[in-house]
Design a protein. Structure first.
Length: 278
């Protein structure tokens, strides 16, 4: 530290073994891949995918990790899709985890157009598996008794289908088919009424007579003139000239008779007072 003084040697850093994530340690997997048939997953790769699917939640990092694994193993797209779809069909998995895995499917489909060999296979593989998945979601949707929770589930899944339609991942007839499978009733033929049908039904009911009494065409309708108390209005209205005799208006001279003027003057004639000065 000082000129001519002893040298300072820093201590060695401790080696932390736990800092290495086994999910990112691919050396064993690469060594196994050499002995595995091309287009299939090895035992270690299957275990890694199983762990990634267990950790999938609504956090973006967990979905991005599983998506990256799927794109890196696009040669085995059939096995990857099969494992993902089976994880969504498990009865003991919570609904929130299944919805998160559906978001993972959407993320993989969105990135299937990247310039990675065989990444396009995911669209074909998911297209054959998704009807069973949405049939499973339909059973869950119909089993929910809470109306608010059922509406939230319907919005989440319908939003995913709308995104696929906007991205043009699947043809429109296929996305419509997925919507029908998810929203079908127990008999599998009818679907719940849409907004347009409910509006039409409401408009038809408004056209019926109120209280069951027929409405006559001869009755007066609001906006048309109606006689008060059943009598016609024959009085003069404001703004029309009056046909009565002309009356004297304020400010015009009044013609008085001569006799009336004299009577008025007599009222003011001086009175002879006994005390007045002569």
């Amino acid at each position: 530290m000082f000129e001519g003084g002893p040298w300072w040697i820093p201590p060695e850093l401790p080696l932390i073994q736990d800092s290495i994530d086994p999910l990112f340690d691919t050396e064993d997997e690469l060594a196994e891949q050499e002995n595995v048939v091309k287009g299939t997953l090895g035992q270690i790769a299957k275990q890694r995918l199983a762990v990634l699917l267990k950790e999938v939640s609504f956090q973006r990092g967990t979905i991005a990790r599983a998506m990256a694994f799927a794109i890196d193993h696009s040669d085995a797209a059939a096995q990857v899709v099969d494992l993902i779809c089976k994880s969504m069909l498990m009865t003991d998995s919570p609904l929130s985890v299944k919805l998160a895995r559906l978001y993972l499917v959407s993320d993989i489909l969105h990135n299937s157009s990247v310039h990675v060999s065989n990444a396009w296979k995911y669209r074909k593989e998911f297209e054959s598996q998704l009807p069973n998945v949405f049939n499973h979601f339909n059973m869950i949707y119909r089993s929910i008794n809470a109306r608010l929770k059922a509406e939230q589930v319907r919005r989440h899944i319908s939003a995913v289908i709308s995104v696929w339609e906007n991205w043009m991942i699947f043809p429109k007839y296929y996305t419509d088919q997925l919507s029908e499978i998810f929203l079908k009733k127990e008999n599998g033929k009818q679907s719940p009424p849409t907004t347009s049908t409910m509006t039409t039904t409401a408009s038809d009911s408004m056209e019926e007579d109120v209280d069951g009494e027929p409405v006559n065409d001869n009755e007066d309708v609001d906006g048309e003139p109606v006689d008060l108390d059943g009598e016609p209005l024959e009085e003069d209205l404001d703004g029309e000239p009056l046909e009565e005799e002309e009356e004297a208006l304020d400010g015009e001279p009044i013609m008085e008779s001569l006799e009336q003027r004299r009577e008025t003057e007599n009222l003011y004639t001086p009175v002879n007072d006994m005390f007045s000065l002569k």
